[in-house]
Design a protein around this ligand. Structure first.
Ligand code: ZN
Length: 203
């Protein structure tokens, strides 16, 4: 399976990192070795100093597809979860400054935290889902899928022009404002609406 991620998909987050709003989805990927599940601790790697949390809604692909039209995209996913796209921000700034790819700062082991999944029918409107991240009990990121620049169906349509989507593939749909560094000992709890989806420690 593969993991596709969308960058700068919330206006307030793009602004906080001083990035322009994208005219089309910003896409990058992570290998399956990036996955961190079952509330396992995130061990801070030693190759950078500034690791940021990015809480994101995650879509799981349920059907093989290529060149999917947005109006049919809903047929290609049936479950939703919550994840964190961990980012080595200092390394990302360095790589971007040199015009180099993002893999080292975005796709390292443990960088794709993922919760369990629930049926999308659980939510009446996929374009109006609240989600949030608490760090040590304090709200750090609060988002709503209505604020996505490109919604889930548009994302699926776009990425499937480039990548055949396979059953089990994950799509991280972008993070709202409020990203920030994590430190050893932090406890991260992620919610969709009022339901706890993940709860793990940074070590
Ligand atoms: Zn992200």
């Amino acid at each position: 399976m593969k993991i596709l991620c969308i960058g700068r998909n919330y206006e307030e987050h793009a602004k906080e990192l001083k990035n322009p709003l994208p005219p089309e989805p910003v896409v990058f990927s992570k290998p399956d070795s990036a996955i961190l599940r079952n509330n396992s601790p995130f061990y801070l790697p030693d190759f950078a100093k500034d690791f940021h949390h990015e809480v994101e809604l995650v879509i799981k692909i349920s059907r093989l597809g290529k060149n999917i039209e947005a109006q049919y995209a809903h047929r290609y996913y049936d479950e939703i979860g919550l994840g964190i796209d961990f980012t080595a921000r200092d390394l990302q700034d360095e790589l971007r400054g040199k015009g180099l790819p993002w893999e080292k700062c975005k796709a390292f082991d443990g960088s794709a935290v993922i919760s369990g999944f629930v049926a999308k029918e659980k939510y009446t409107d996929l374009n109006n889902i609240n989600f949030s991240l608490l760090v040590n009990g304090q709200p750090r990121q609060m988002g709503n899928s209505r604020d996505m620049i490109f919604n889930v169906d548009q994302i699926i349509s776009h990425v499937s022009r480039y990548f055949t989507l396979k059953i089990g593939d994950l799509i991280y749909t972008g993070t709202p404002a409020g990203v920030g560094p994590v430190a050893i000992g932090d406890r991260l709890q992620g919610y969709i609406e009022e339901e706890l989806f993940f709860d793990f420690l940074v070590k």
